[in-house]
Design a protein around this ligand. Structure first.
Ligand SMILES: Nc1ncnc2c1ncn2[C@@H]1O[C@H](COP(=O)(O)OP(=O)(O)OP(=O)(O)O)[C@@H](O)[C@H]1O
Length: 732
């Protein structure tokens, strides 16, 4: 085993920034502070990922801690893989299974202990497609149509909301058998509750866990069974959490539970980069860490090794406009570069052309396309860009919202593979008529009744009733035969060969070929490659393991395959860096989005702009297009351009006064803009203020996180909370 090299390096400015330069003193402190609760507040580009990796290597090689005793959770699988790659480069080939996402960690825990919930070890992980399919079945069972309720609403407001709120549903799963659960449909208080109960019933029937369950089940088991808790707490001598600013309350609770015995909880993140509040991430968790752990040590990393001083100055100025934050100013270590530029185009087409021209200029200077990224707030913004790039023959790759494994043909094949492993009902329903086997709705309904009566899965029921008249004239027998033949050969065939056999015997590949859709065939070829690769990398790898990895894959994990210009949303660009970054569509109503209705949401949008700008190393280009938006409103340049400080931005075309925030009138077209104009924290405790209705009063406290003052008005009996932008005047 190699030792990590950890030379004591001063934190002084360094001109060259190479990966092999030693850590600076703050980084060194973070690497070697191993015991107790440690919070690292790491600004953008300050070497957070690198420090985390060095710390991991330090624990293993200098302190002699086994990798199985270090839990290191990252935000995406992509980040986990990158970290493993770097650790292996230093420490050699080790089992690094505990460097993973929260969800992947929970899968490992559940594989060991889910029997406590009466689920089998080979439970299935339900992805978004499975959930949608399940809901469609439930709607049909309840006689609901998509007019009564939509999939999206049900996913957000029924499933997600209930599972985020409380974990009582797990007690139901645990205590009630299928019949008892079913009996509860009748007593459901309302339609949404019935949908939820039916969902629990369906998931229990196929032993499925959705992404929320993975976290909830793991926490529930740890809380309910002390022996199991102690086992995991013993193991997790060190718990490290990356991107802590985007961790949810429940994930934090899980990390705390696991670190409960040894007390070594290390969190690292950047409060200024919180961009997932809507997923339950709480900036507060980060800010209050030292309240939960009073002995916690906090280390700030503020030397930015990524961006030029000019890019950093604009980014710093932007984020300073936020009120709820931990004050920190990053210092640039890079050499000077040009100021970020801003181009205000007269139309979307002209904006796209301006970007294409700048890209061409960079390429002419010998810059690799891989080093250039165009970032945007929303997917729809790519249309104009794509049209322009295509007409100019400029190759580009879009990191699309639909992840590879979510594509229709890929999901079909994954479900075929699931027929070989667990043969769950969802997988059967998806595959049974691909290609058509003449098993229509009526036959499926009859099969469901058979399965229900005998408490069997659909597949078992089908297999046992192939001779029934109802399957006459269908290809049910061939379907079962294909699956059974692959099952029998599993022990002797490689993963790749199992898949090929299944594709041939089932007729699915033939069906795709018949459709002649080259893109789908290419995707299938890509999937085959990935299955083959999984088998090559590890001869012992099983189909179950492959499916489990795939189920945990999300759209944020997409890797860049081609050396072309990259187009992606800012959310997907999290954690990445590029030499040149374009941020397009910087218009009010787009970025910040029109639906922003509170100051908190506006601050989150600003953090998103900050994440976007800090991805750039040498060049940053901002742009917007004038005109009328989809909703008929006039488009103004984004406030974020001005928030970055006029002195830090090179305005390539002079703006008419009406385009500046201060030049805008307060008419109907920009009511949105004034409605969420950020208020300033204007008063200090003790200030005397005047309100047009309540009269005079004294400011008792200022609560920046709530954007409110506590004011005691002289004429009112109780203290009142007043928004920062309330009509208060200071009395001097
Ligand atoms: N001590 C150091 N000396 C030289 N270069 C460094 C040092 N620490 C980090 N870097 C370099 O700085 C860049 C940013 O590091 P890294 O990607 O780890 O930052 P980060 O904090 O994770 O960024 P972000 O949070 O913005 O995604 C990388 O190119 C990295 O190699």
């Amino acid at each position: 085993m190699k030792n990590t090299h950890l030379p004591d390096h001063s934190g002084g400015p360094a001109a060259a920034t190479h990966e092999h330069d030693g850590p600076n003193s703050a980084q060194q402190d973070a690497i070697t502070s191993t015991e107790g609760a440690i919070r690292i507040i790491a600004g953008a580009g300050t070497g957070k990922t690198r420090t985390l990796t060095d710390r991991y290597c330090y624990l293993v090689s200098m302190l002699g801690v086994a990798p199985r005793n270090i839990m290191c959770v990252t935000f995406t699988n992509r980040a986990a893989n990158e970290m493993k790659r770097r650790v292996r480069r230093t420490l050699g080939d080790l089992d690094l299974g505990m460097i993973c996402t929260f969800h992947a960690f929970c899968v490992q825990l559940l594989k060991e202990d889910i029997h406590l919930l009466n689920f089998p070890r080979n439970f299935i992980i339900l992805d978004m497609e499975d959930l949608k399919q399940m809901l469609l079945k439930i709607f049909s069972d309840m006689g609901l149509t998509l007019r009564d309720t939509t999939i999206k609403r049900t996913l957000d407001e029924v499933l997600e909301a209930r599972k985020l709120q409380a974990t009582g549903y797990i007690d139901d799963i645990y205590q009630l058998n299928n019949e008892q659960l079913k009996a509860r449909f009748v007593t459901a208080r309302d339609r949404d509750e019935e949908i939820f109960l039916r969902y629990i019933y369906e998931q229990k029937k196929c032993f499925g866990c959705d992404f929320n369950d993975l976290i909830n089940f793991a926490t529930w088991i740890l809380e309910k069974f002390p022996d199991v808790r102690h086992k995991w707490q013993d193991r997790m001598q060190y718990v490290m959490v990356d991107e802590f600013q985007d961790v949810s309350k429940r994930q934090y609770q899980l990390a705390r539970l696991l670190a409960g015995k040894h007390g070594n909880l290390f969190i690292v993140g950047d409060p200024d980069q919180t961009i997932y509040s809507w997923r339950g991430a709480h900036l507060r968790l980060f800010l209050d860490f030292d309240k939960v752990y009073p002995a916690a040590k906090t280390i700030a990393l503020t030397m930015n090794y990524r961006s030029s001083p000019q890019i950093l100055a604009a980014s710093n100025h932007l984020i300073e406009q936020n009120q709820v934050r931990v004050e920190k100013t990053l210092q640039a270590q890079q050499t000077e570069g040009p100021k970020p530029s801003y181009y205000h185009a007269k139309s979307e087409r002209l904006e796209a052309e301006w970007i294409a021209e700048r890209v061409a200029e960079l390429q002419a200077k010998g810059i690799n396309s891989n080093d250039i990224a165009v970032l945007y707030r929303a997917h729809f913004l790519t249309r104009a860009l794509e049209e322009c790039f295509i007409s100019r023959g400029l190759p580009y790759t879009i990191f699309s919202g639909v992840a590879f494994y979510g594509r229709r043909e890929i999901k079909d094949v994954i479900c075929y593979l699931r027929m070989v492993t667990g043969a769950d009902d969802l997988a059967l329903l998806r595959t049974i008529n691909l290609p058509s086997r003449r098993i229509g709705k009526k036959r499926l309904a009859a099969l469901a009744v058979l399965a229900e009566e005998r408490a069997l899965s659909l597949y078992q029921a089908l297999k046992e009733n192939l001779d029934q008249p109802m399957f006459k004239g269908t290809d049910a027998r061939q379907y079962v035969a294909a699956i059974e033949q692959v099952r029998q050969q599993r022990a002797v065939l490689t993963l790749g060969n199992q898949l090929q056999m299944l594709l041939d015997l089932s007729g699915y590949e033939g069906l795709l070929r018949l459709s002649g859709d080259q893109e789908r065939l290419d995707n299938l070829a890509e999937l085959k490659r990935s299955v083959q690769q999984a088998g090559d990398e590890d001869e012992e790898a099983t189909l179950e393991e492959f499916l489990e990895r795939v189920a945990l894959f999300t759209s944020l994990d997409q890797e860049s395959e081609h050396a072309t210009l990259k187009l992606m949303t800012i959310h997907s660009a999290k954690g990445m860096e590029f030499r040149y970054v374009f941020i397009c569509g910087m218009n009010e109503g787009v970025f910040p989005g029109r639906r922003i209705s509170s100051i908190e949401e506006m601050e989150e949008e600003r953090r998103l702009a900050y994440v976007a700008m800090t991805r750039a190393r040498e060049g940053l280009y901002l742009s917007d297009a004038q005109g009328v938006a989809n909703d008929g409103l006039f488009k103004y340049p984004s406030r974020f351009i001005f928030d970055a400080g006029a002195q830090h931005i090179d305005f390539l075309v002079p703006l008419e006064p009406a385009m500046h925030p201060e030049g805008r009138s307060n008419d109907a077209t920009n009511g949105f803009i004034s409605a969420v104009q950020d208020p300033m924290d204007r008063f200090r405790p003790g200030d005397r203020v005047m309100h047009p209705v309540f009269g005079s009063g004294t400011v008792n406290a200022s609560h920046p996180d709530e954007f409110a003052y506590a004011v005691k008005f002289d004429g009112l009996p109780t203290e009142r909370s007043m928004q920062f932008n309330a009509p208060l005047q200071k009395i001097t």
